[in-house]
Structure formats: C-alpha cells, structure tokens
Design a protein around this ligand. Structure first.
Ligand code: NAD
Length: 469
C-alpha cells in the first residue's frame, strides 16, 4: 500500500508557479497545486496527439488489459487516495464518501474496460449488409467539478481511454490535487502523454473547449458553464456530453411508510453533504403523512454525525468552499424570513474554522421559495406539502432542469406509473441517486445531454461509422 506522504510528494511540483490548497474542514494546508496556463495546455495536446495513434492501434483487448492494471494500481493506493480526497474535498473517509469514491473509481474502470462493444449489424436482408462501428475520436477534453472529483474524472477518462482516445483533463480549481493524484496512479500503467492533467482556471477550460485538436468535450458542472461550452465549441463542431446542474424532486405517495423510507430519503438528499448533482433537492410529501415523514427524517438527520473527514466517526463533512457555504446560508435565511419552519439546523456556528453548515430540514415552505426553485447543492432540504398526485407531478416538472427524481411508495407498480410522468433522465423508486456502471445516466431539459456508463457511454466516446456493403 502506497503511503499518503509518498502519493502527495509524487504530485507536488518542484518548479513553476504553485497555489496552496487548504482543507475546507480545518483551514490547514493540504498541499501545493501547480498553476498551469494555456502553454501547458498546448504541450499536453501535443503529447496527446503523439501518443494517441499507437494507443488506438493496440485494439480493445490490449487497452482493456492496461486499464485493468490501472484499476489494480488504484486499489494499491486506495487509502492514500482516500485521505487526500478527504482532506482536499472535505468529505469524510467513512460513509458514502472518500473510501467509497476511490472504490468506485477502480470498479468503474474495471467495468468500463470489460464491457463488450461489438459492431452492430443494422440491416442484413440478403441484398444489403450494414454495420455500425465506433472509431476513436482522437483527443478528448474532460472538464470536471469539485464535488466528486475523482469519481467524475474516472467516469470521463475510463470510456475515453477504452475507446482508443487520448485525454486532457481540466479539474476544478477547488480540487486539483485529487485529480492529479488519481491520474498519477493510473498513468503508471499508461503510455506517456496519453493522459495529462492541466490545472488551470476557467481560461484554460475555455481554451480546451475551442481548441481545434480536441474532438470531444466531456463536461460535468453547472448549467451556466455548460451553456458557455456549447457556444465556445460550436466553431469546431465538437461532440459534447454535458452533465449539468439538477434540482431533483422526490415525491412521497400517501401509502408510503415514513419509518421505512426515512433513511433512504435522508441519504438521497444528504449524500456528500448535499453536494451531489443527482441528490434529492426538494421533497414533496402527501399531506396525510407529512408530519410523520418530517419527524422520521429529523430523527435520522439528528443522529448522523458531521465533522472533520479524517475522524472515522463522521459521515457528513463541510461544504467544499466558501462560495457554496454562502449559497446555502443565503437560501436557508431567505426561507426562514419567508415564514418557513426550520425543523432542524439552520444555525451555523460562526466560530468554527471550516465551512460547516449543519444538517437542515425546512418544512411548511412554498414551492416558489428560492430554496425550492434554485439548486442549493448543500445540506438543506425543503419539504413541501401536497394534496393530490397531479399537483405533486406538476410541481416536480415545473423547473427547467431534469437530472434525477424519485417516487416513494409501498406499491412499486403505482410508483412506476407516477415515475413515467416525471421529466427527468432517471427516476428511482424508493431510493434516490444510486448509479451503476452498466446503467446509462444523463439529464433531461437543461440538465444536459448525452449518456454516460455502459454500452451507451462507450458509444459516446467513439465516432460512429457505417460500413455498408
Ligand atoms: P462549474 O461549472 O463552476 O465548474 C466546472 C468546471 O468547469 C471547473 O473545472 C471550471 O474550472 C470549469 N469552467 C468554468 N468556466 C468554464 C468555461 N467557460 N469553459 C470551460 N470550463 C469552464 O461547476 P462546479 O461549481 O464545479 O460544480 C457544481 C455544479 O456541477 C452543480 O450545478 C452540479 O449540479 C453540477 N454537477 C452535475 C453533475 C452531473 O452529472 N449532471 C455531477 C456533478 C456536478
């Protein structure tokens, strides 16, 4: 097992400009990140162009074997990676957090490396024989956010590499060390130049999205940045997969058992302390069981420990950055001022060193309140009362985003009927937010387009080519 110190040392720059990265839980220094510019981006693209043809020529089997070795390398450095992720991002080691995220990186890489993608025969009628094949795109640009920095990077790079592409990664400026460390471990098994991380700010991301040598952008982040990328990539007609913001609704039907669903509702909303794209961000509960669901949720929430990530007891952490802390505080304060009832939380301790916002539940809140209508991306859940299922579906569909949603009921068949009426890329029944390497994932409306994972995900990292005849 690689040590944390050795891993951190391996990504610490010896020359050039650097930036100090602070732990959001304690304010202490985690490490130094390089500060890259557009000339570093050019170097990465030149190296990628040189490495990609030979990688593509290896074929699926040899590429898969290299990626499986890289998955083993991640497992060999798992604890060091998890500690670094916990310190930089803030998420605890335990619970569905840092160790879980690192574990997902190796399991996703294995699944992506071993999923078959055979040519598809579309017509074979004796006269015509047509097949679809998927050729490599060339160089893929991967731009990611700060909430699940390692896992989302892996979601982007694993299918890109598997399909024979080179990748240039631009991590969030908030969590560069996590992505550098993951790439350093993976790179032990890859040819030089094939996978490079360029740690710049927005200007580097923007240049990547307009660069003529880049064939595709895999982007996960806010809807506003997604729209900017659509514009900046237009001149070179880049392929895009856009996983953008969400504001997922959960609908609890009147027959649900509040005690039985409370734990699932809680983690659906508060996984990664609410900083998750497809987290439950507005909960609609039928009036008959409204109070019982609020009470059951408050009991689970009050018993779930939040604190510094390296403390093994904690399963909720701080917000990753001040900007996100301020968004959550503003939305909860506005909800309180509007007359909504704070069931739990809502009172951050101003003397604390980290960006801790307490687990917050807000009841008796109107559907047009900003805490409901805007993406809070933090540990504050609004709970809205409804009278009829039609009314709940109308409110769930009332926003211009549609990443995920969920329906909670004792009768899964009834829940599936309601699910079919919701405008979202995924609707879960009696759970929220679970992803699987073989189940496609993507958004509806302004939550983006393109699918990740499974066979659909592999196809989106290739250029379809029809061989007719
Ligand atoms: P963000 O859009 O601010 O930043 C994401 C990345 O884009 C960063 O690396 C940033 O440097 C880069 N960037 C910024 N401006 C750019 C530009 N003009 N051109 C190219 N790159 C640019 O998002 P964030 O605050 O880091 O992440 C939080 C958001 O991401 C939330 O809205 C969340 O819902 C969303 N998200 C979505 C998914 C999903 O799968 N749909 C997953 C995680 C997060």
């Amino acid at each position: 097992m690689e040590s944390y110190e050795a891993l951190l040392a391996s990504i610490t720059p010896s020359t050039g400009q650097t930036r100090t990265i602070l732990d959001p839980a304690t304010g202490q220094k985690v490490g130094d990140s390089p500060v890259h510019g557009t000339e570093d981006l050019e170097r990465a693209i030149t190296a990628a162009s040189a490495a990609q043809p030979a990688w593509a020529a290896l074929g699926h089997e040899a590429r898969s074997a290299a990626l499986l070795r890289a998955a083993d390398a991640i497992d060999g450095s798992a604890e060091a990676l998890a500690r670094l992720l916990s310190r930089e991002q803030g998420k605890p080691l335990n619970g569905p957090n840092a160790r879980f995220e690192v574990g997902a990186c190796s399991s996703w890489l294995r699944a992506t490396a071993t999923t078959p993608l055979d040519p598809e025969v579309v017509v074979d009628d004796g006269e015509t024989h047509a097949e679809i094949h998927y050729r490599p795109i060339g160089i893929v640009g991967a731009i990611g956010p700060w909430n699940w920095p390692m896992m989302i990077t892996m979601w982007q790079i694993a299918p890109a590499l598997r399909m024979g592409n080179a990748v240039v990664v631009k991590p969030s400026e908030y969590t560069p060390l996590s992505v550098l460390a993951l790439a350093a471990v993976v790179n032990r098994e890859l040819p030089e130049g094939l996978l490079t991380v360029v740690c710049g700010g927005r200007e580097v991301g923007a240049r990547l999205t307009e660069h003529p040598a880049i064939g595709k952008i895999m982007f996960t982040g806010s809807t506003a940045t997604g729209k900017a990328i659509i514009k900046s990539s237009a001149a070179t007609v880049k392929r895009l997969t856009l996983e953008l913001g969400g504001n997922d609704a959960g609908i609890v039907l009147p027959d649900a058992d509040p005690q039985a669903i409370a734990e699932g509702l809680f983690w659906g909303a508060f996984i990664n302390t609410g900083q998750t794209c497809a987290a439950l961000k507005r909960l609609y509960v039928h009036e008959d069981i409204y109070d019982a669901v609020c009470d059951a949720l408050a009991t689970v929430a009050a018993a779930t420990p939040m604190g510094v990530g390296l403390d093994e007891a904690n399963v909720l952490g701080p917000l990753q950055n001040k900007q996100q802390f301020d968004i959550v505080a503003r939305l909860v304060d506005a909800a309180r001022d509007s007359g909504a009832r704070i069931l739990l939380g809502g009172d951050p301790d101003p003397g604390q060193p980290g960006y801790f916002y307490p687990t917050t539940l807000v009841a008796d809140i109107d559907n047009d309140n900003p805490l409901v209508a805007e993406e809070q991306f933090g540990p504050a859940l609004p709970i809205i009362r409804y009278g009829t299922v039609d009314e709940a579906v109308t409110m769930a569909n009332g926003l211009n985003v549609g990443l995920g949603a969920s329906v909670w009921s004792a009768d899964p068949a009834e829940a599936r009927k309601v699910a079919a009426r919701i405008e979202a890329g995924t609707v879960w029944i009696n759970s929220h937010g679970g992803v699987h390497p073989m189940i496609p994932f993507g958004g509806a409306k302004e939550s983006g387009y393109g699918l990740e994972f499974g066979v659909e995900g592999l196809k989106s990292l290739g250029v379809p080519q029809v061989i007719n005849g």
